[in-house]
Design a protein around this ligand. Structure first.
Ligand SMILES: [Ca+2]
Ligand SMILES: [Ca+2]
Ligand SMILES: [Zn+2]
Length: 385
């Protein structure tokens, strides 16, 4: 080989190496920027320790053809507190919230796909701007949001928030909402638009022959609260003579105003306020709604928010209040070992199925009411009046 040829060969090798390094380097930087921080997206296998495979088999046997309405409180496939309620009538698919983290999307979508046969969610309600309620609507660009996965006809959002519109989940949410508007011509209203019946929004929507969805009035649609929870959109569904109440994470002062601003009926199914927190499901509300069945969306006994055992969801105070009206309390998930990422189904997915004459509760794991559970015997007490 001549000296000239060796030089050319050397240059070729160098260029190839530089190209490989460049591509790799570029890709690494791209990945680093593009992928969400681990806080937002946890995809390690141990996080998925759950009985979800069994749940899905059990659920697919559910026959809802005779149901006027069914209300599904979903387990979210991780150890975190979060709300996601799916409601089906003969003509509508409704979703209230989609927590708990962006990695819950696949669990939620797997579930919804069994029931949402037309790919369209006629109504989506986003109660408030907390991750455990709207992570599924506020995904990073590389993860499909609920608005990407389904055609959403009407989205009703919170009217107030303390979040910064240029930062974090809230900016993701606004981006996804805007995309849905552009792509699917989605009607986007906030709860106050509904109360005022402005911009084409309505207070009440017909969601079936015998069913209506009503946005309830709340003082925190127009006033700001220090706690984001009080900005929750509150919804009443009336179907075939039964009443269903969803108050998001509304707290005591919000609940009191809710009672004063609306004439609330007695409630057949109540989604426990704020995951069974001691700051919600207060007596002024319960005395009016006298709930017959209560479902709590939480990971029972999880130290996610507090180490004080009595205050872990569902709290002793919540149980003391609700026990005055019913012992039919159901809980989605049970914390086994928070630090080790271990959780399992409590009742599992809780499904309330109702028609003109009766109702049925079918849970994916078991139908044991809270006070008869092993966890309850070890952690809570039941006050009998
Ligand atoms: Ca539909
Ligand atoms: Ca998107
Ligand atoms: Zn919450």
């Amino acid at each position: 080989m001549s000296k000239k040829k060796t030089n050319k060969f050397g240059a070729f090798i160098l260029c190839t190496l530089a190209l490989i390094l460049g591509v790799f380097g570029g890709f690494s930087v791209y990945t680093y920027i593009k992928l969400p921080k681990t806080e937002e997206l946890i995809l390690t296998s141990d996080v998925y320790y759950s009985k979800n495979d069994e749940i899905q088999k059990a659920d697919s046997d559910l026959d809802l053809t005779d149901a006027e309405i069914s209300v599904h409180f979903l387990e979210l496939g991780n150890k975190y507190t979060g709300d996601c309620t799916y409601i089906k009538t003969k003509t509508c698919d409704i979703l209230i919230d989609c927590g708990s983290k962006s990695d819950s999307i696949s669990t939620v979508a797997n579930y919804l796909n069994k029931y949402v046969t037309d790919g369209t969610l006629e109504y989506v309600i986003v109660t408030h701007a907390h991750q455990d309620h709207y992570a599924g609507f506020a995904t990073p660009t590389n993860i499909n949001s609920i608005f990407d996965l389904y055609k959403c006809e009407n989205i009703i959002t919170f009217a107030q928030t303390n979040q910064n519109s240029t930062k974090g989940l809230y900016s993701n949410f606004l981006r996804e909402l805007n995309e849905s508007k552009q792509k699917n011509n989605t009607n986007v209203f906030d709860a106050e638009d509904c109360i005022q019946e402005s911009k084409g929004a309505k207070k009440e929507y017909k969601i079936g022959e015998n069913s209506t969805l009503k946005i309830l009035d709340s003082k925190f649609y127009t006033q700001k609260s220090k706690t984001e929870n009080n900005h929750s959109v509150c919804t009443l569904i009336e179907s075939a003579g039964k009443n269903f109440l969803f108050t998001g994470d509304l707290e005591k002062d919000g609940e009191e105003a809710l009672v004063n601003l609306n004439s609330l009926p007695e409630i057949d199914l109540y989604k426990a306020g704020h995951h069974g927190s001691k700051t919600s499901s207060s007596m002024p509300l319960l005395n009016v709604i006298k709930p017959k069945v209560v479902c709590v969306c939480c990971c029972a006994g999880s130290p996610e928010y507090t180490k004080t055992k009595d205050n872990q969801f569902p709290t002793q105070e919540f149980i003391d209040n609700v026990s005055k009206f019913t012992d039919k309390i159901y809980v989605t998930t049970l914390c086994i070992d928070y630090d080790a990422n271990k959780f399992e189904s409590f009742n599992g997915n809780i499904i309330y199925i109702s028609n003109q004459t009766n109702y049925n509760i079918k849970c994916s794991n078991n139908d044991t009411i809270l006070k008869d559970s092993e966890w309850f015997k070890n952690n809570r007490t039941w006050q009998t009046a």
